[in-house]
Design a protein around this ligand. Sequence first.
Ligand code: ADP
Length: 357
Amino acid sequence: MNWDDTTDAASAEERLVGSVADREDQAVEAALRPKDLGEFIGQEKVREQLDLVLRAARARGATADHVLLSGAPGLGKTTLSMIIAAEMGAPIRITSGPAIQHAGDLAAILSSLQEGEVLFLDEIHRMSRPAEEMLYMAMEDFRVDVVVGKGPGATAIPLELPPFTLVGATTRAGLLPPPLRDRFGFTAHMEFYEPTELERVVHRSASLLDVEIDTDGAAEIAGRSRGTPRIANRLLRRVRDYAQVKADGIIDRDIAAAALKVYEVDARGLDRLDRAVLQALLKLFGGGPVGLSTLAVAVGEERETVEEVAEPFLVREGLLARTPRGRVATPAAWAHLGLTPPRSTAAGGGQQDLFGA
Ligand code: ADP
């Protein structure tokens, strides 16, 4: 495998429940990645469809169609791209949109691909416009025009490429311009994982890491992993440390809960920042509505941090709603922090209108 990677993922979001890979994740994830579709847990529909696409291509002796994978970080897009290469018996090249700022960067990668090679392009929506346009032709005709020289003397030299499979990954397929989206033969959307699936991920990783864990211990970690295998694996490593230092190394429910209490990851997977936002919303602003800037000042964070780091998960969990009049806590938020909502909320007045009830 050839890492052609300069992603800025490591610096993006270094928190225990962050879904972007940090340096430690990058170092250990290779050992935990499922190697074939049979080992890949969950995502039944995607697996079934991809299995058909790959089997058919193999039967025809052809290169697989281009594949677009969309979904949040940490759900297994890189892993699936490696599985596609493995199932096709092909080598894989890994790069990312931000690493390809010039069409020339892309031309260099494309022209060095081997026949049948899988090119994994992470964060494909962040590629530069000229590179994107070059990619259209490469995907469709396995050809690129390399422009040599500048101004009136510039000439386009056509370059034939070997057939290859592009696997593009993006957080949302809607971020891609339709002409690019249309050039993928198969598009799959990856969902967040169910707790039972994450339990299987935790058991599998524990056995690969030689860590002893019981069913309840795995369930405890899975429940706090925000639907994301990467987070499940990271929490497992932290709980393993705790179990080694404070107990006999074996993880059960009590050990997992005690360890994650130390790391301030609560029963629903909220961390210190998430809870600070909810607490400010409930205790200082009576559950809202309150403007984003005011809320950010109250927790001593940047607006963007609250909006992009804390809120998406709180909204997904049904704890916070973004309304035209500001941020509003849901009844579940009051319950989660063990607080009693003011009477108007409890009685279904005031705030209820904001949800359109
Ligand atoms: P993404 O590319 O979507 O950010 P990755 O493919 O890098 O996510 O997956 C992150 C980690 O989660 C990997 O170490 C991998 O082992 C694990 N993982 C992801 N999906 C699965 C799965 N379906 N089954 C088991 N482990 C998984």
